[in-house]
Design a protein around this ligand. Structure first.
Ligand code: PMP
Length: 764
């Protein structure tokens, strides 16, 4: 229908028509309309009627369809208040009148229905969204069985005929066309014949949905201009398309509407599956039609009302895993065979999983998808993941997934056979390391890597004693718990074993030495203890402390500590399980920021993006000492699937420039956090290297009294705001930030903006 054929009557004309046709002398106000003209007629008591003048090209039988439908609805108990049609004094329900252009226009009068458009109610509560679904379902029920030949028409707003809108794709710029393409392709693949049909309302947009004055209940749906015979599910799809606009969690909002609808008019499985595709098709049709209409009638603001929010929404939805919204809706409607409630999952864990394991957050998360730097939950919420340092190149990276799947389908054996992936992997891994680190052992976890490092060091030195840093964690085996002050000095710990010596954590914020000579002074303790105890087999340390609270060592610390250890006959082991593979930004390995070369490096977590894998790399000399005849065999370590995963991770780090991204984004984030600190006294210290950062919270910047309770509340509040963080450090007052390395500036902005809000909320 031609927007240019919209009537152009003045308010004076409208007042005259009301008087002459209906005998009403009332004040007149124009109302917005896409292709018709509507005037509000009011008296002193308020709005009374709407005078509707149809588009010049509107068929009389379509107006008759609307009138018959209003009469049909008036006779049913829908719980909704629909307008009633008022006949003219002539007795006509539709009166033709002449316009200034000489054409004939059809005029009708409807009673006014009280309420406010849903678009002007903010925010939309869950109850309101459910009411929208329930009310629309009742409306659809009421429409069942209504028939009119005029409903069988080809309407460009009918989602079956959305191709009429998609023709205008060429009016859009290429990035925007690219955004729409996957949604349109999904629409093209729909199986329409499996969707029940009937006469549908076809226009539950948020300007047509009327809400009561309390903003909690739907009272009516206005404007039957788009009524058509189509798939009934389109009504709900259109409603959720608009309900998602301007929402922080569009899928969660849509899920509320779907739940409300399903309760009243249960959706079939086919309808449930088609819903998201239809909703996104409606958004695409809307922006395409707006582009077309804008090209035809520049200056009509109504055409652009939902244009910007629709684009914002489409751009957000385009970043979601495409199957996730459908899975959320399937769960809402009971069609997901694997779905279980969070309560049932938690109960099974409580009953059957070893109890020495806690869940994150007081209300645990139920995550069902990951993509890049985001996690997606069962209820339709997305979270920015700022703590997962395992999904290094991003959750569910397609190159890693494909590498694993392809190799798993071909072969998975152990390392007693020759294999290309193993050879290539150890060549590529050692190429990232300085000489003489050239001999590799492949294992299955960070703990296994540290276990083996221990054996290597002990075999090489013939000694037993190990030096570790205070507050360190190195793994979950009994030998490593004994080397982890974080564990043996924590809850349930049995204290320091005799063969372990604890070096002070070189913390220049909270520790005893904070000046320019701090590195040397902390290292002097290592030399001192080596002298007193006779020297260790190994000094095992992270190159920046994770569990110690994201602590970065003062300049020169590791160089001097390593020198002291080596002078005492020990070897130096760098635990790069958390810090390796480019996270440091400036360097591929964190030890390089301290300008040292360890004798043994251990790796884990990010090495295969979540596939269980670990590695130890050492010198030829140490490897030879360990080769005393006893074999080191690891059933899973170094298998072709793990090597394929590890290779894919190295490829992606290189091809996507992730180390450089860690540097640039890390620097940007660090500056932003320091800026936050100028406004928020609880931020005592901000520190970081690449995408490995810490924010230490204190109650007093002088005494450094730790703000542990506040840190934990802040993390909970951030989760409510859609950002996942966690606390660390022996005093539990450090917010740790170590996201997947695909984390970008826009993510940093989201993190900073929400952190600012959460700090204001929590530390008021
Ligand atoms: N070393 C460090 C520094 C770690 O952070 C961890 C795990 N948190 C480990 C070793 C042990 O790794 P895994 O849990 O893979 O055995």
């Amino acid at each position: 229908m031609n927007v240019a054929a919209a009537p152009k009557f003045t308010e004076v004309d409208a007042a005259r028509l009301a008087r002459e046709l209906y005998g009403l002398s009332l004040a007149v106000e124009p109302l917005p309309s896409e292709r018709d003209q509507n005037f509000l007629l009011r008296d002193a008591a308020g709005p009374r009627f709407v005078l509707k003048i149809a588009n010049r090209e509107e068929a009389l039988e379509v107006l008759d369809l609307q009138n018959k439908l209003l009469a049909h609805l008036a006779a049913l108990a829908t719980g909704l208040a629909f307008p009633r049609l008022v006949a003219a004094r002539s007795g006509l329900e539709i009166t033709p009148v002449g316009g200034d252009d000489g054409a004939a226009y059809f005029v009708r009068l409807l009673t006014w229905v009280d309420g406010v458009p849903m678009a002007s109610v903010q925010p939309h509560s869950a109850a309101l969204l459910r009411s929208l679904g329930g009310s629309l379902a009742r409306f659809d029920h009421a429409l069942t069985g209504f028939e009119h030949t005029a409903a069988h028409r080809t309407l460009y707003w009918d989602l079956r005929h959305a191709s009429l809108a998609f023709r205008h794709l060429n009016l859009l710029s290429e990035p925007r066309r690219g955004t729409l393409r996957p949604f349109i392709e999904a629409w093209e693949a729909l199986a329409w014949d499996r969707l029940p049909t009937g006469v549908i309302y076809n226009d539950a947009n948020d300007y047509n949905v009327l809400v009561d004055s309390a903003g909690t209940r739907i009272v009516s749906f206005l404007d039957l201009g788009d009524v058509v015979h189509s798939a009934v599910i389109c009504d709900l799809a259109i409603a959720i398309a608009y309900a998602m606009l301007d929402k922080p969690d569009p899928i969660a909002a849509a899920a509320e509407v779907v739940a409300g609808y399903h309760q009243v008019r249960p959706l079939s499985e086919d309808e449930t599956n088609a819903l998201y595709t239809l909703a996104t098709a409606r958004l695409c049709a809307s922006v395409c039609n707006a582009a077309h209409q804008a090209s035809q009638a520049p200056g009509n603001d109504y055409l652009n009302i939902s244009n910007r929010p629709a684009w914002d929404l489409l751009e957000t939805l385009a970043t979601f895993p495409p199957d996730w919204p459908r899975e959320v809706f399937r769960r809402v409607c009971g069609y997901s065979p694997e779905a279980r409630t969070s309560a049932s999952l938690a109960q099974t864990r409580r009953r059957m999983l070893g109890p020495s394991l806690s869940l994150s957050y007081s209300e645990p998360l139920h995550i069902i998808r990951g993509l890049r730097q985001h996690l997606y939950d069962a209820g339709g919420r997305r979270y920015l993941d700022c703590v997962n340092n395992v999904a290094h190149v991003g959750h569910a990276h397609p190159r890693v997934n494909e590498a694993i799947a392809r190799q798993m389908a071909l072969l998975n054996t152990n390392t007693r056979y020759l294999h290309e992936h193993l050879a290539e992997y150890i060549e590529r891994l050692t190429a990232t390391l300085p000489p003489p680190l050239s001999v590799v052992y492949l294992v299955c976890s960070g703990s296994e890597a540290n276990e083996l490092a221990l054996r290597l060091a002990r075999a090489h030195t013939g000694r037993d004693r190990i030096f570790v840093l205070d507050a360190a964690y190195h793994g979950n085996t009994s030998a490593l718990v004994d080397l982890s002050p974080y564990k043996f000095n924590g809850k349930g710990g049995r204290g320091k074993p005799a063969h372990v010596e604890i070096m002070p954590l070189p913390d220049v914020y909270r520790g005893p030495y904070r000046g320019p000579d701090a590195g040397a002074r902390y290292a002097a303790h290592v030399a001192d203890i080596a002298e007193r105890t006779g020297g260790p087999a190994a000094f095992l340390a992270e190159s920046a402390s994770g569990c110690g609270g994201q602590v970065f060592f003062p300049r020169g610390y590791l160089a001097e500590a390593f020198a002291a250890v080596r002078a005492a006959g020990g070897v130096c082991v760098a635990d790069e399980v958390q810090t390796g593979f480019g996270r440091a930004g400036s360097h591929f390995w964190m030890f390089q920021t301290q300008r040292v070369v360890p004798d043994i490096v251990t790796m884990g977590k990010p090495i295969a993006n979540g596939h269980p894998m670990g590695a130890v790399v050492t010198t030829r000399e140490i490897a030879d000492s360990f080769a005393n005849g006893m074999e080191y065999f690891n059933t899973f370590g170094g298998n072709p699937v793990s090597c394929a995963a590890g290779l894919a991770v190295l490829d992606v780090i290189r091809d996507e420039g992730l180390q450089e991204n860690a540097r640039a984004t890390g620097d940007y984030l660090l500056a932003g956090l320091r800026d936050l600190a100028t406004r928020h006294p609880p931020i005592g210290d901000v520190r970081g290297c690449g995408l490995f950062l810490g924010v230490e919270l204190v109650r007093d910047r002088k005494t450094l009294e730790p703000a542990a309770e506040e840190a934990s509340q802040l993390v909970d509040r951030m989760k409510e705001l859609g950002v996942l963080l966690s606390t660390d450090g022996p005093l539990h007052n450090v917010i740790k930030i170590k996201p997947p390395l695909v984390f970008d500036r826009a993510d940093a902005d989201v993190l900073l903006e929400r952190l600012e809000k959460a700090l204001s909320d929590v530390c008021r």
